[in-house]
Design a protein around this ligand. Structure first.
Ligand code: ADA
Length: 573
């Protein structure tokens, strides 16, 4: 299942998910031996989508691997769309390279023109990570799962297909009426098509229409399309609208919601109302599924997160599956989305390859998820050297890119350089990752830290920017409960989160808190020695989604957050 709503009424799509042939290539022989032409005999079965590390015997494998399957062309043109392949993917049809893509958590695809017959499809997947060129780098705090981690679709092209669409809107001052700008890119790979009708519907009602000649690549724009008396999308009432763009032979349905998100006087406003982000960081990960988390588990994660009282999720640290964002749209959960640019030192930040790869990843993320009303924040990077010139340069370029693609959302980066960060000014919110009381310092030092941060922002003339604590947390080993509260126990973790949350909620200048983290996750071998069980154990549920004491503590606080904020009740630890 790819999405939570029907995306097409006309499009002819075959899902290529299932069992493919698979072969690891640790010695990188495949290119020379042309495995894309003749697949090696010693290959084995592999499920697509999945992470190969969750298959027996491949737990540790990181590097190059090959996948092969066959597919049937129904017409002379088709588009093969991959929804997520880790690292570098090279795609071959009938032994010829048709394209390559870098970046693990996003969609990409290539159009093939071929006979109506069976063809071979081979994908070389390379999830090698290094210390300077890859995003993410080798040293991250999650596991380097590899594979074709999300579905693969074969879109049969009948004359022309809508390869892209973008629906932007501007709300009027009273947030009652909306002006839409709808753009569709239509590809007609074989011939020019004359007098084609392109129509747009909102909730099945025709709102605009054009007759056009379609070339190989045509962009059609419907400007100033007005809709009056719309219902807003909000956390309590996540009203969604369905927009269908239709040509003579294809159609695409996008689901959107109208809402306004902005900052003003150190506050975040959703539809002009002050918002406190009761957030949590979630990795899309499970020890048995890796990144290829099944939808049923995503839904359970969502239920657990809603039950603890959250209204916001940070998709740390990479674009999540679209279907999870669909869920956020439906449930009224606010989403922060980012690319896997984690912990980059100065040297890697000034690497032109990294800058270009980062720009492409940001662009692909913004374009893919532009229509999700739940996405309110774009994150540029996490804990990079944002206190250096290289940090400034890359953040400037990144922020300009994102703002040129989307001016309707908030922009930020998660900083671990609270007092010497040079990049806050490129975003809209100051987001701080800080672990006082865990890695160093005492819990009692938080108020002093926050006061110092505000001083720094005042000095930089940034006092208007809202402050969000984007990460804070403590490791708690599931089942380790004691009368005392030493570090690594569930008790200490609960105490840590109770004290920090209370401090943040009572501080009127803090607009949101994202607990680190939702569930325990497997870490990379580079960090394993710092982490008991080779897991990051800061989840409020364990990796099998069983609640720790902290879960119930957080629930009590988040459910009463507004009363605590206005000091009506004091939460228990
Ligand atoms: C960082 C990082 C997280 C995680 C966390 C921790 O802030 O962004 O991914 O590694 O630290 O647990 O220390």
């Amino acid at each position: 299942m790819l999405r939570l709503f029907k995306r097409h009424t006309k499009r002819d799509v075959t899902l290529l998910d299932g069992i493919w042939r698979f072969c690891t290539d640790p010695h990188r022989r495949g290119m020379d031996e042309e495995w894309f032409k003749v697949f090696p005999k010693e290959s084995r079965d592999m499920v697509v989508p999945s992470c190969w590390n969750n298959t027996l015997g491949l737990y540790d494998y990181e590097g190059l691997a090959w996948y092969a399957t066959t597919f049937e062309m129904k017409t002379n043109a088709a588009h093969i769309k991959f929804h997520g392949v880790t690292g570098l993917a090279k795609v071959y049809v009938d032994g010829t390279l048709i394209g390559e893509h870098y970046g693990g958590f996003i969609d990409f695809g290539f159009t093939v023109q071929a006979e109506i017959a069976e063809h071979t499809l081979v994908v070389a997947v390379d999830n090698t990570h290094d210390t300077i060129n890859t995003i993410p780098l080798a040293r991250v705090d999650w596991f380097h799962y590899g594979g074709i981690i999300r579905s693969v679709e074969l879109i049969h092209i009948h004359d022309a297909w809508i390869s892209n669409c973008n629906i932007g809107y501007v709300l009027d001052k009273n947030l009652q009426n909306v002006t839409l700008k709808i753009q569709a890119t239509i590809e007609a790979p074989k011939k020019i098509l004359h007098n084609q009708t392109v129509q747009v519907y909102i909730d099945n009602q025709l709102i605009c229409r054009k007759t056009v000649d379609l070339q190989e690549h045509t962009t059609i724009t419907f400007d100033n399309v007005e809709q009056r008396n719309i219902q807003l999308w909000d956390v309590d009432n996540p009203k969604l609208y369905y927009i269908r763009i239709e040509t003579d032979t294809d159609d695409i349905i996008e689901r959107i919601g109208f809402r306004d998100i902005k900052t003003k006087d150190r506050k975040i406003l959703l539809n002009n109302k002050e918002l406190f982000l009761k957030g949590i960081n979630r990795h899309e990960e499970h020890p048995d599924w890796g990144f290829a988390v099944p939808f049923h588990l995503m839904k359970k994660d969502m239920d657990i997160i809603k039950m603890v009282g959250c209204n916001a999720i940070r998709g740390s640290h990479y674009p999540n599956s679209e279907i999870f964002l669909d869920l956020c749209d439906q449930e009224g959960i606010l989403f922060w989305e980012e690319i896997p640019m984690w912990g980059f030192p100065e040297e890697a930040l000034s690497n032109p390859l990294v800058i270009n790869r980062g720009l492409t990843m940001l662009k692909e993320m913004v374009l893919r998820d532009f229509h999700h009303p739940s996405v309110i924040i774009w994150g540029m990077h996490n804990e990079v050297a944002s206190h250096t010139n290289a940090g400034v340069n890359i953040t400037k370029v990144f922020s300009e890119k994102i703002r040129s693609l989307d001016s309707s959302r908030l922009l930020t980066h998660a900083s671990n350089h609270p007092f010497d960060d040079l990049c806050y000014k490129f975003g809209d919110i100051v987001c701080i990752n800080q672990y006082i009381g865990w890695y160093d310092g005492e819990l009692s030092e938080w108020p002093e830290f926050l006061a110092k941060l505000k001083e720094k922002l005042a000095k930089d003339n940034l006092s208007d920017m809202p402050i969000v604590i984007s990460e804070f947390g403590a490791g708690g080993i599931y089942g380790d409960c004691t009368f005392e509260s030493p570090k690594w126990t569930e008790n200490y973790q609960a105490k840590y989160l109770a004290e920090t949350l209370r401090t943040f909620l009572e501080d009127e200048d803090i607009c949101g808190t994202y607990i680190w983290q939702f569930c325990d996750i497997r870490t990379a071998k580079e960090l394993a020695l710092n982490r008991p069980r080779s897991f990051n154990n800061k989840g409020i549920v364990n990796e099998y989604r069983k609640p720790k004491i902290a879960y119930w503590t957080v629930k009590e606080i988040y459910e009463n957050a507004l009363q605590i904020r206005h000091k009506k009740i004091s939460p228990t630890a």
